[in-house]
Design a protein around this ligand. Structure first.
Ligand SMILES: Cc1cc2nc3c(=O)[nH]c(=O)nc-3n(C[C@H](O)[C@H](O)[C@H](O)COP(=O)(O)O)c2cc1C
Length: 241
């Protein structure tokens, strides 16, 4: 039997190899969950190595999305001069410019049958799904998401919250690599959309993340985590009310 090829940060990982990657022990997961924190001050001299960043891009790629439709784009900005121009539109937050990388999470502002067709064409290409099954999926998804969605379902609103799933995946993935992050809701999306040339397009900025390495004097780095008691937040139910 040949050994599995090393996991490359640049190429998609074959599922067989992915299944063989060692998983964390529970205490390691708890420790890493506590290690991740909202970084307030980055060390501007430190840059995320290219291989680590490439892996984080794949973590974004593999985020979960409803029906697999991936209603997003992730804009990566490393140029510091560009990011300096964004600081005034980010409540003056220095992390935007001082981090190694900035990601602007964009959500799709509409959903129509061409999005579903494109997704299903990709399913057929990657998985070789027979045409009749693709057609059945097309009819189901088009009905559920476009022509007769259930009351209260809004595709655009759904895209906005799904982008936050990718944000969570990004924050968690980064700390697994020892990379610090901060989520940023504190910015002016309209200004970002204008400055980034997104106006008139199908994607809008929703939330940001910065990534890099914290400065030695970031007071938040060792501050106690403030959370409500676990048993209040996570409740177990053995029966219905
Ligand atoms: C959607 C979202 C938006 C946030 N926006 C900001 C922000 O603009 N600036 C900031 O410094 N932290 C921001 N945070 C970080 C939170 O303040 C932080 O996660 C929270 O206080 C819990 O602390 P911890 O992440 O260190 O455990 C944001 C977090 C989330 C999830």
């Amino acid at each position: 039997m040949t050994a599995p090829s090393p996991v490359s940060a640049a190429a998609p990982v074959p599922r067989l190899v992915a299944d063989q990657v060692p998983v964390l022990e529970p205490d390691q997961l708890i420790a890493l969950s506590q290690r991740r924190y909202a970084t307030k001050k980055y060390d501007p001299a430190r840059t995320i190595p290219a291989s680590h960043w490439a892996a984080l891009e794949q973590a974004l790629l593999y985020s979960a999305s409803s029906s697999g439709l991936q209603p997003w784009r992730f804009l990566v900005i490393t140029d510091r001069a560009v990011r300096e121009q964004l600081v005034p539109h980010s409540f003056g937050q220095r992390q935007i410019a001082d981090a190694s990388h900035l990601v602007v999470f964009l959500a799709r502002t509409s959903l129509d049958s061409t999005d579903i067709d494109r997704w299903l064409a990709r399913v057929g290409e990657v998985r070789g799904t027979p045409a009749d099954q693709i057609e059945a999926q097309r009819q189901r998804l088009t009905a559920n998401l476009v022509t007769t969605p259930r009351p209260g379902f809004h595709a655009v609103e759904s895209a906005r919250y799904q982008v936050h799933i990718a944000l969570g995946q990004f924050l968690t993935s980064a700390i697994l690599l020892g990379i610090d992050t901060c989520a940023h809701g504190g910015f002016d999306p309209a200004a970002y959309d204008r400055l980034l040339g997104l106006d008139g397009g199908r994607y809008r900025s929703v939330v940001l993340a910065t990534a890099g390495y914290h400065a030695a004097n970031d007071a938040n780095a060792h501050a106690a985590k403030v959370r409500f008691p676990l048993e209040e937040v996570v409740q177990h139910r053995a029966s219905l009310a």
